[in-house]
Design a protein around this ligand. Structure first.
Ligand code: HEC
Length: 137
């Protein structure tokens, strides 16, 4: 009986280790959505410095539009990551609303939330390969 449990535990630990090690190449639509998001975030930051709210709004909208690809990927692969996707998408949509309201404070706040959401997910699910490219873990 005892031995049986040991075997089960070993199997379980082995499985966890495998899951932790397995990273996979991102599909090309995932990569291009990330690149769109990053470019739009950089452009929005630049426009914020110039208090050009129309431009901030345009780029915030592009970020919002890019997230469905990411959401679709995680719904199929591991739905437990969806809250992270949604908090990032929500921050982008708050950024959009704040720019419509011409609120510098709101824009600054949601931009900060957005960066934190990117960093959270990258820390948990982005793996940097030895050649500097990224994979999904
Ligand atoms: C829900 C998880 C998640 C969120 C949120 C997220 N990312 Fe990513 N991102 C990833 C994963 C996983 C990869 C690795 C796969 C890849 O390279 O596309 C990645 C890759 C990237 C890359 C590299 C793309 C390439 O050329 O390979 C950039 C740039 C990037 N993310 C920017 C951002 C920015 C900016 C944000 C926030 C506005 C963000 N990401 C939010 C998961 C996320």
């Amino acid at each position: 009986m005892r031995k049986g449990w040991m075997l089960i535990m070993c199997g379980f630990v082995g499985l966890l280790a495998l899951t932790a090690l397995a990273s996979e190449k991102a599909p090309s639509d995932f990569v291009s959505a990330m690149q769109t998001i990053a470019a739009a975030q950089a452009a929005a930051t630049k426009a914020t410095a110039a208090e050009d709210y129309d431009t901030v709004e345009k780029h915030a909208a592009a970020i919002v539009d890019a997230f469905p690809v990411i959401e679709k990927y995680w719904s199929a692969r591991s739905p437990d990551v969806l809250p992270m996707v949604r908090s990032a998408a929500k921050a982008a949509s708050d950024l959009r609303v704040s720019s419509q309201q011409r609120s510098l404070e709101g824009v600054a706040y949601s931009a900060k939330e957005l960066s934190a959401a990117c960093a959270n997910c990258h820390a948990a699910h982005r793996e940097t390969m030895p050649d500097g490219t990224f994979q999904i873990k």
